[in-house]
Design a protein around this ligand. Structure first.
Ligand code: FES
Length: 354
């Protein structure tokens, strides 16, 4: 059995596992420590210092997200010194960006906004000129406003460690530090594949879904969990519905496998077919070279009659069926069953991906 490490947090004793961080032990035991740069499933970097705590014997405050526990550690998560340090960090982040919540798409789901409220900061003490970066709008899916970036690096780790696309990194130094693709290029002219992992990991409104802009505030959107229909992997996602329309797609790490909150460009952004005016909504039957709308019963009758006549004339093996990755396993099972048991051929295949 793995050896447990006794630690004391806020006067209560807990048994921690070797390798667990202070933050993990605290969260596991219902003790709240705020975070910002911490992003599960990626390397803890201890960059923002929002999660600092006091550890007995340590000269400086310690970033709880990156500090593993050691036996006998005595930790305090809510002292005056801790609160002041967190407040200072958050005030500096607020003051050094252009955080206009009124027009920000992330208003209501912004972790910086939540921290400001939780720490009861009415106004930052500092007057720092925002950087004035141009807003990146050169692609149809992701919009970037680096004036709202808090340099937490979550997008970089999401891109490099979760999706392993290695598009993003920090560049420049000091107050001119930015996040982006190589050579300060926009996403469109980089090797970005538009998986949107950076957007999903962003704690503020710096990287947002352009398709969902002005389509509804976060609290107005109804999230409907579903399985992505694009291929056979079965990724879990949320349709964000407003006034009966799907306005954007988001993912949720809590849904777990198979995608653990990640999506590809199609799953994340290609939902406009749902309400597209060109979408086929009824079967079409071609007559004298022209397509006309038909009912399902009528269309299925035509298919059955034509297949029966081909089989009679040329034999069952003159017919083949190609199924789709967009169908469920059950639908694909039934499809091959029709080909094998009803038509009498083994000519059945499937497109593995779209
Ligand atoms: Fe721990 Fe940022 S959350 S340092």
């Amino acid at each position: 059995m793995e050896k447990k490490l006794p630690v004391t947090i806020d006067g209560r004793e807990f048994q921690a596992l070797p390798g667990q961080t202070i933050l993990e032990v605290a969260r596991q035991n219902g003790i709240y420590i705020p975070t910002l740069c911490y992003f599960p499933m990626t390397t803890p970097v201890g960059a923002c210092r929002v999660c600092v705590v006091e550890v007995a014997g340590a000269k400086n405050l310690v970033a709880s997200c990156a500090m593993p526990v050691s036996p006998g550690m005595i930790i305090k998560t809510d002292t005056e010194r801790v609160r002041e340090a967190r407040k200072l960090v958050v005030e500096l982040l607020w003051a050094s960006g252009d955080h206009n919540c009124l027009m920000c798409e992330s208003n209501g789901r912004c972790e910086l906004q939540d921290l400001i409220y939780w720490l009861k900061i009415e106004k930052p003490r500092f007057d720092i000129k925002p950087p004035g970066y141009p807003i990146e709008t050169t692609n149809t899916m992701i919009m970037r406003d680096l004036n709202k970036c808090v340099l937490c690096g979550r997008c970089i780790r999401a891109c490099n460690e979760v999706q392993v696309n290695e598009v993003l990194d920090f560049y420049m130094r000091g107050s001119r530090m930015k996040v982006g693709p190589a050579f300060d290029s926009d996403y469109k002219n980089s090797i970005c594949v538009f998986c949107g992992e950076c957007m999903e990991s962003c704690p503020t409104g710096a990287i947002i879904n352009k398709q969902g802009r002005f389509a509804g505030r976060p609290w107005e959107l109804q999230k409907v969990r579903t399985t992505c229909g694009y291929c056979g992997v079965g990724c879990q996602l949320d349709l964000n519905v407003h006034e009966g329309k799907v306005v954007k797609i988001t993912s949720n790490k809590e849904y777990g496998p198979p995608n653990d909150g990640s999506l590809c460009v199609k799953g994340r952004f290609a939902a406009d077919f749902i309400d597209h005016p060109d979408r086929l909504r009824t079967p079409l039957i071609r007559e004298k070279g022209k397509l006309r709308e038909a009912s399902w019963d009528e269309a299925l009758d035509v298919i059955a009659k034509k297949l029966a006549s081909i089989r009679k004339k040329h034999g069952a093996d003159s017919i083949a069926g190609l199924s789709s990755a967009r169908c469920t396993n059950e639908e694909n099972y039934l499809f091959q069953k029709v080909l094998r048991a009803v038509i009498g051929t083994n000519n059945v295949d499937h497109c593995a991906r779209l």
